[in-house]
Design a protein around this ligand. Structure first.
Ligand SMILES: [Zn+2]
Length: 277
């Protein structure tokens, strides 16, 4: 007959076995999830990369047609729940929460570290923005300019701010760095940062999409020395955008009826630095 002590020892041993087994199963599940996430990112990155490098326009077009994603292109996704997006370390975002595509975070980190070797400190002020976030920015300004006629009102905002649905910030490929004033980048420390970016950013995939408008008669937004786009992904997303989004899709915010008259897609979405195309 078992003593009370023996029963207790056997019970404890059984309990330990069960717990260990449960932990192992949990860890296995987590590892499987991690692998799935990594594979998704690689798959997505691979598709876009192939798309950019493809010289065969027909193949490229097939991929675009087969993967239309209006929600992604117009910021109607949750970055925190989408495995394609990660948060940049808040240390390098002035403590802000900034989401971007995984590849963009990696490229920025690589660029940031190398810039630091030249005593250039880079940090991110803004990355991916949802439709709702862009709508808030737009509608705040829409109220400010309420005395203007609708078209003039939209054009006034469009000097520096995007219409919801048309922002490259929806894509998670574009970042604003260091300052939102062109004048900051025109003297002293800011000038040194801008000169470094102009010389080196492209090596890491980043291009200043809104350059001086007088160069090649660029249309759309005024120059933004702080806004840089990660071309290995954004190049094909622009193609995808042009094949997927139409003026009739612009709905759900104040002044959306002006989208056609201000030529939002032709002049603004496509009004980028020819070096970034
Ligand atoms: Zn920007």
């Amino acid at each position: 007959m078992m003593t009370r002590k023996t029963v207790l020892i056997i019970s404890a041993a059984l309990l330990l076995f069960c717990c260990t087994n449960a932990t192992t199963n949990k860890e296995t599940n987590m590892k499987q999830n991690d692998t799935t996430v990594t594979n998704n990112v690689k798959k997505e990155a691979g598709v876009l990369h192939v798309d950019k490098q493809s010289k065969n326009k027909q193949d490229s077009a097939k991929q675009i047609v087969s993967t239309p994603d209006k929600d992604y292109l117009t910021g109607r996704i949750s970055f925190s729940k989408d495995s394609r997006f990660v948060k940049i370390d808040p240390k390098h975002c002035n403590g802000r929460t900034v989401y971007v595509r995984t590849e963009v975070a990696e490229a920025f980190e690589d660029m940031r570290k190398n810039a630091l070797k030249d005593s250039i400190v880079l940090f991110v002020l803004s990355g991916a923005r949802t439709f709702e976030q862009q709508k808030n920015i737009w509608e705040r300004k829409w109220k400010i300019y309420q005395n203007l006629e609708p078209q003039a009102r939209a054009l006034k905002i469009l000097a520096f701010s995007s219409m919801p649905m048309s922002s490259r910030h929806h894509w998670g490929t574009d970042i604003d760095m260091n300052s939102l004033e062109n004048s900051y980048f025109e003297k002293g420390k800011g000038l040194k940062i801008y000169q470094w970016l102009t010389e080196h950013a492209l090596k890491y995939g980043f291009c200043q999409v809104y350059n001086n408008k007088n160069i090649n008669n660029r249309t759309g937004y005024e120059m933004e020395k702080w806004h840089w786009s990660y071309l290995p992904i954004s190049h094909s997303l622009l193609e995808q955008y042009n094949n997927t989004i139409q003026i009739s899709d612009f709905k759900g915010f104040s002044g959306c009826e002006t989208a056609e008259e201000v030529k939002i897609i032709d002049d603004y979405v496509n009004g980028i630095n020819s070096e970034c195309k």
